[in-house]
Design a protein around this ligand. Structure first.
Ligand code: COA
Ligand code: MG
Length: 278
């Protein structure tokens, strides 16, 4: 289950060393915007050194997935980042920023799974091509770059529903995870919670986070509640019984339940099973 994706600036040794202990489901070491232009080589050297350490690598076993956000594919740094990542054994996925073309070549070259960060106008118009690239397992929303790219205001783009819905719908259409935007006001944890709850209600399965305080909230919000688990069990039972009786739709506590509800309920219970929580 990947509920919280923690960004860690790859230039900040102290934060890298803490990253594996903070309870995030996914750690994303960032070689892109959290690193100043003139320190990218230094960041790569630092990341290679720390991830090469046996003790550190074993601490990463607490983390569900270890990713690196590389630079965008139109830069030389992208190629340097890819060369590095392909040497880093603990890294199992690559976050590709400003994704707007077929990304299969990155997966073919590295064998790592990909997360496509959609944050440009072209990224949105070419979502299908990006989403169907080999190796892509999640789509992520980026609103700051999107606002910049279209010449809009960050504040408006942060609160806009259109890109948020578009991204989750495409992700679901291709069977991918949908990862919600960053909430930049790190001291406003209630605002973060509301933002995460809205994302979850829209179908997002996780959220990008930038501060340790945001992690437990994301983990909680994207975790199914007891009532949801109970409801899922009832749906599965009612639907399977209906199928045995030759029916495909059934009334359950005043609500219609058919195949789609059954599949949603099944998926929720399967996720819990893989988590070892049932
Ligand atoms: N990863 C790991 N540890 C983090 C962290 C992160 N993203 N953000 C904060 N911490 C650590 C801090 O180092 C500090 O621990 P310490 O006192 O032992 O050093 C503790 O958590 C509390 O942090 P705090 O002092 O409240 O924050 P800060 O002022 O050090 O950092 C930010 C604030 C925003 C600079 C920082 O959270 C950050 O760099 N976030 C990620 C930014 C990023 O990667 N952006 C790119 C994607 S949008
Ligand atoms: Mg960006």
């Amino acid at each position: 289950m990947r509920r919280s994706y923690l960004y860690v600036p790859a230039i900040d040794e102290r934060k890298i060393l803490k990253a594996s202990l903070l309870g995030a489901d996914v750690v994303v070491f960032d070689l892109e915007d959290a690193v100043p232009d003139d320190r990218r080589d230094e960041a790569r050297v630092l990341l290679e050194r720390i991830l090469g350490d046996e003790g550190y690598r074993s601490s990463l076993r607490n983390v569900g997935s270890v990713c690196v956000r590389v630079n965008s594919i139109s830069t030389i740094d992208f190629y340097k980042d890819i060369l590095l990542v392909s040497k880093l054994e603990p890294v199992d996925c690559i976050v590709v920023p400003k994704a707007e073309v077929d990304l299969s070549f990155i997966h073919k070259a590295t064998g790592r799974s990909l997360i496509a960060l959609i944050e440009t106008a072209r990224g949105f118009t070419r979502l299908d091509e990006v989403a169907t690239s080999e190796g892509v397992e999640a789509l992520m929303l980026g609103v700051a770059d999107l606002a910049l790219d279209v010449g809009g205001s960050l504040e408006d783009y942060e609160n806009l529903e259109y890109p948020r819905v578009e991204l989750v719908v495409k992700a679901k259409a291709y069977g991918l995870e949908a990862v919600d935007k960053v909430y930049f006001k790190i001291d406003d944890l209630e605002g973060f919670r509301r933002d995460a709850m809205r994302a979850r209600a829209l179908g997002y399965t996780g959220k990008q986070v930038v501060h340790p305080n945001q992690i437990p909230i994301a983990n909680q919000v994207f975790q199914p509640t007891e009532e949801e688990i109970e409801w899922a069990r009832k749906v599965v039972e009612a639907y399977e019984k209906a199928r045995l009786e030759g029916r495909g739709a059934v009334r359950l506590e005043g609500r219609l339940v058919d195949r789609v509800h059954y599949r949603i309920a099944k998926r929720l219970l399967e996720t819990l099973k893989t988590q070892g929580a049932t």
